[in-house]
Design a protein around this ligand. Structure first.
Ligand SMILES: Cc1cc2nc3c(=O)[nH]c(=O)nc-3n(C[C@H](O)[C@H](O)[C@H](O)COP(=O)(O)O)c2cc1C
Length: 337
């Protein structure tokens, strides 16, 4: 049978499937099942700076303000119990001790010092790696993009200086030039890139005229954006590439590997199809490899990346132009007009 073992940021994994940060990874029964169903590694749900701040101010006069913060956090991830930071550290250590697969902690902070301080505390729990969750939505009309990027690079440098374990960044695609920003992350010493973080977006109910913040899982259509970036980056950047978003079946997983991902993360598919889906995806990958005669992941990883197909690149502007010109044909469909 095909060998699906691999490495992520230097960490040996028995296969490339990582369960991404979510509330499943903050539950003991769920993490045991994640291991039993064969995952290569798992990421603990993020520790948020708001949790740290909430605890710090919990007994202050400002309690009301932080109540709102807390309410917002539970709306963003409604099923997640937002314990205080000390409980989070204890849980992370317990999780690490309870499973034999690699465990990665996740941190979402705002200030450089908080990033570094809590990175150290998370590393002390014994985790194998740290994922920096760069989920931020700049809403200051005066804030300059370059300054925001510099802040994030400073945070990465501070964390890399503070801890010895490998560090990945889970980022959004919303930079002026995401690939050049990733190059800067590489220079700052990042060991892995998780492409991409998921934004939860607001919605408006037009009957009640009330806005809300619904909790949406992804669909497999969401995998095309990270697929493009993985393909563009494979072979051109040192950090390991971890694909994330919309990987629901072995089909999307194999596509990501062909494009050049070293590993991939799954979350929504486990909520939709239960944790047993891990096993289904892994079986699908090995069956596909057997059917194509591939003995290991290296036999086909990145064979459809841009670097390996510079002439026939699917990822360039020419394809965009060709596709939109071809769309003129749709106008001639009798049923359309
Ligand atoms: C219930 C839930 C909780 C999540 N919590 C976190 C989190 O704490 N930190 C984080 O970086 N991402 C979190 N995410 C985002 C996922 O890790 C992942 O990036 C996203 O769901 C896209 O992957 P998918 O298409 O496999 O779902 C959460 C997602 C869900 C559905």
């Amino acid at each position: 049978m095909a060998d699906v073992s691999t490495k992520y940021m230097g960490i040996p994994l028995k296969n490339p499937l990582i369960v991404g940060a979510c509330s499943l990874t903050s539950n003991m029964d769920a993490i045991r099942k994640i291991e039993e169903k064969g995952a290569g590694a798992l990421v603990i749900k993020s520790l948020f700076e708001e949790q740290v701040a909430y605890q710090r101010y919990a007994h202050d006069e400002d309690l009301e303000l932080y109540d709102n913060w807390h309410a917002e956090m539970t709306t963003i991830f409604p099923k997640a119990e937002h314990a205080g930071p000390e409980e989070h550290l204890m849980w992370t250590q317990r999780a690490k001790e309870s499973v034999s697969i690699p465990v990665i902690a996740s941190l979402n902070a705002m200030n450089t010092q908080t990033w570094a301080d809590w990175a150290v505390k998370l590393a002390e729990t014994g985790v194998d790696g740290l994922e920096l969750n760069f989920f931020a939505l700049p809403d200051d009309l005066e804030a300059d993009g370059q300054a925001l990027e510099n802040q994030q690079i400073e945070a990465v440098k501070a964390v890399k200086k503070a801890v010895k374990i490998p560090v990945s960044v889970k980022l959004s695609p919303m930079y002026t030039s995401p690939v050049s920003f990733m190059k800067k992350l590489e220079a700052a010493g990042v060991d892995g890139l998780v492409l991409f973080n998921r934004f939860f977006h607001p919605a408006i109910n037009i009957d009640t005229q009330v806005s809300s913040y619904p909790f949406n899982l992804t669909s497999s259509a969401d995998h095309n954006l990270p697929l493009r970036f993985v393909s563009m980056l494979h072979g051109k950047i040192k950090p390991s590439l971890c694909a994330s978003n919309g990987i629901h079946t072995s089909k999307e997983a194999v596509e990501m590997l062909l494009a050049g991902a070293d590993v991939f993360q799954v979350v929504s598919t486990l909520y939709l199809n239960k944790i047993g889906q891990i096993n289904t995806i892994l079986d699908g990958i090995t069956q596909w490899m057997d059917s194509k005669g591939y003995a290991s992941l290296d036999d086909f990883k990145g064979t459809l990346s841009e670097a390996k197909n510079p002439a026939a690149s699917t990822y360039k502007r020419a394809q965009y132009v060709r596709m939109l010109l071809r769309s003129n044909d749709y106008v001639s469909r009798p049923s359309l007009i």
